[in-house]
Design a protein around this ligand. Structure first.
Ligand code: NAI
Length: 344
């Protein structure tokens, strides 16, 4: 089978080539993202393989169907960039539900420690033989309260890491995990209580209509002054302009952002030497207490291997057996994989 692989990066190819060769799947790599302008490149392919910033909207879906492309294989977990309602009954959508929750949770903690212990500043200072400690004072995580929004695979690993640091955990989830609340170090609370009681807040829920801008002007006002916000989930969970205002007003102590609302234009690309037109992003990056990484949380060797292997076995399952357990199904609720693998 022939698959058009969009938004290809050098780090994608080794693992996809390896598993593709093993299972007989041929990938043609395109550096460009899939969108309305580039969809014609999919002509003659059986499927497309896409990532977080490719666009699979109604127009793209219609063109893919017209070109007899049968499947969209997401090589990520989130699927907010796919119009699932429109896709249902027209084209099959497969995803990689989990590849390494450790990669993302560990990156969230790495960002938190870097930010509050000023490691990014110390690295630059000592490279210049500046051994001054002025402005480097951080704070202990031990004994602090962390609010974890979304207690799925990644959120639960992040909770374990925080417990290792001696933190207290306040959790919020639309569908709480049974047995996680121990009435002591981990407690499920309302979103309002989490916001007002947490010293650190980390987002680990998906981007949906309900969670869009869940961190906004109002919610930021109800946070503790000096709160540290971590977002390794999806940019649009946070209203970036409200976040910037909160940082300017000193309401937010620090922000660790691996994702950004308008990231699709910038992230994964080299913009050094260019004038970045997005004033909010530029201003956020200019802040001494904002740390931005470029949607990098997933990027570990283990995660890349798992992504490639699952994507390839999804495609083989779909084309050879006619079913794939990682098919997203709008009828089954749009937030879960198809329960029986044959709704459409
Ligand atoms: P998961 O599906 O295991 O967990 C998500 C949790 O969010 C579930 O417990 C669900 O009940 C909860 N949730 C759903 N709607 C909610 C709402 N309205 N309010 C509160 N909680 C809600 O997903 P997983 O694997 O833990 O991933 C979480 C998110 O991390 C993904 O949706 C994706 O956006 C992001 N992600 C980011 C990566 C990166 O490289 N930065 C890599 C992988 C995932």
């Amino acid at each position: 089978m022939k698959i058009a692989f969009f938004d290809a990066k050098p780090y994608d190819k080794p693992s996809f080539d390896r598993y593709g060769a093993e299972y007989g799947v041929k990938f043609k790599y395109f550096e460009t993202k899939l969108n309305e302008d580039t969809v014609e490149l999919a002509h003659g392919f059986d499927g497309v393989c896409v990532f977080v910033n490719d666009t699979v909207n109604a127009f793209v879906i219609d063109r893919l169907v017209e070109m007899k492309v049968r499947v969209v294989a997401l090589r990520c977990a989130g699927f907010n960039n796919v119009d699932m309602k429109y896709a249902f009954g027209k084209i099959h959508v497969l995803r990689v539900p989990a590849y390494s929750p450790y990669a993302v949770a560990e990156h969230a903690m790495a960002m938190l420690l870097t930010s509050i212990r000023r490691i990014h500043k110390a690295y630059i200072r000592t490279k210049d033989f500046n051994f001054s400690l002025a402005g480097m004072t951080g704070f202990d995580l031990h004994g602090k309260t962390v609010g974890v929004i979304g207690t799925g695979r990644i959120g639960r690993v992040f909770i374990d890491i925080c417990l290792g640091f001696g933190m207290k955990v306040l959790a919020y989830d639309k569908f709480p995990t049974e047995g996680l609340d121990n009435g002591d170090t981990v407690r499920y609370v309302s979103l309002d209580e989490l916001l007002s009681e947490s010293d650190v807040i980390s987002l680990h829920c998906p981007l949906t209509d309900q969670t869009y801008h869940m961190i906004n002007e109002e919610s930021l006002k109800s946070c503790k002054k000096g709160v540290v916000l971590i977002n390794t989930s999806r940019g649009a969970l946070v209203d970036a302009e409200a976040l910037l205002a909160g940082i300017k007003s000193r309401q937010i102590g620090a922000a660790c952002l691996d994702v950004y609302e308008e990231e699709s234009e910038f992230f994964f690309e080299d913009f050094s030497g260019h004038i970045v037109e997005d004033d909010v992003l530029a201003r956020l990056i200019s802040m001494p207490n904002v740390l931005v990484t470029s949607h990098q949380a997933f990027l570990t060797e283990e995660a890349l291997a798992n992504i490639a292997q699952t994507t390839v076995t999804n495609l083989v399952g779909f084309f050879e057996d006619g079913r794939c357990q990682n098919e997203l199904c709008y009828r089954c609720g749009n937030t879960e994989d198809c329960k029986n693998g044959k709704c459409f």
